[in-house]
Design a protein around this ligand. Structure first.
Ligand SMILES: [Zn+2]
Length: 277
């Protein structure tokens, strides 16, 4: 969306709200977010109550965009700046909100992106928190899941490979000479099975100083996608393994939507319900 179209949207509270509402309710058909019942009663404050489970909700209840104190216009501005990759401190200054608020907003958008991914369930099972309202993972994630990266006709897919652990990745390296390279704490490999590379982030990939990931010119290095990932993640200091899947999925979406309206895609993701996790 260019700034002219964007200007129309943010010019009024109603237009901004309508923009998000259209993603929330198909054909304006409301249903209970808890049990999907369609028979609802109107109650005060524009809310509705379910005739079956008595859950009381408003239009954005249980959705990602409800988990931050932004109103619809603020969310639109936030998404526009996020789309343009404005640094968080500049976003805070432009939006007149605190730096932690911007970080929280970014985290919500990334979790909304993960929830849209085909392997969302696998990622949540691996210990990626679904988002506000979702169940917190029982234990802290030590290493990120291992991802298999593949490029299908210009569309990049970063698949969670739950059957593979970082230790096995190291085993392939030591026993079968699988070539590996790294930037920051992220390790990536030469092609493996159908995948152009595997990628993972975590301390298990660096068991001793003797293990190094310094191979040059891996096929993944030659892709535009990985160039973007390196450029972007290179700016994040001390990337925690638990954050790696969120950043990787964000980059996957950005890359695959490079010729599309990213703001609309992000808004749609933000209007989805937070999965139970
Ligand atoms: Zn219900």
């Amino acid at each position: 969306m260019d700034v002219i179209g964007f200007n129309d949207l943010v010019s009024s509270k109603q237009a901004a709200r309508r923009f998000f509402l259209d993603f929330c309710w198909k054909n304006h058909q409301r249903f209970c977010p808890r049990c999907r019942e369609r028979k609802l009663y109107r109650v005060s404050g524009g809310r509705r109550r379910c005739s079956r489970c008595c859950y009381t909700f408003h239009d954005f209840s249980r959705r990602f965009l409800n988990s931050c104190a932004f109103d619809c216009r603020q969310w639109l501005w936030f998404l526009k700046l996020f789309e343009l990759e404005v640094p968080p401190r500049d976003m805070a200054a432009q939006l007149r909100v605190s730096y932690p608020t911007v970080l929280k907003g970014q985290d919500i958008v990334r979790r909304a992106i993960v929830a849209q991914a085909l392997d969302a369930t696998l990622l949540h099972r691996a210990g990626v928190w679904a988002g506000p309202g979702g169940k917190r993972p029982e234990s802290a994630m030590r290493d990120s899941p291992v991802f298999g990266i593949i490029d299908v006709g210009g569309v990049v897919i970063c698949d969670t490979l739950p059957e593979l652990t970082p230790e096995e990745l190291l085993l392939f390296k030591c026993n079968f000479r699988l070539r590996t390279a790294s930037f920051g704490r992220v390790v990536y490999t030469a092609p493996y099975r159908n995948y152009l590379a595997m990628a993972c982030c975590g301390p298990s990939l660096w068991p001793t100083d003797l293990v190094r990931h310094e191979d040059k010119r891996l096929p993944l290095d030659a892709t535009d996608f990985w160039g973007l990932v390196k450029q972007r993640l290179g700016r994040v200091r001390g990337l925690p393994p638990v954050q790696f899947p969120l950043y990787l999925k964000e980059m996957e979406l950005r890359y695959n939507c490079r010729n599309r309206d990213l703001l609309g895609v992000l808004a749609k993701a933000l209007c989805a319900f937070v999965p139970d996790g």
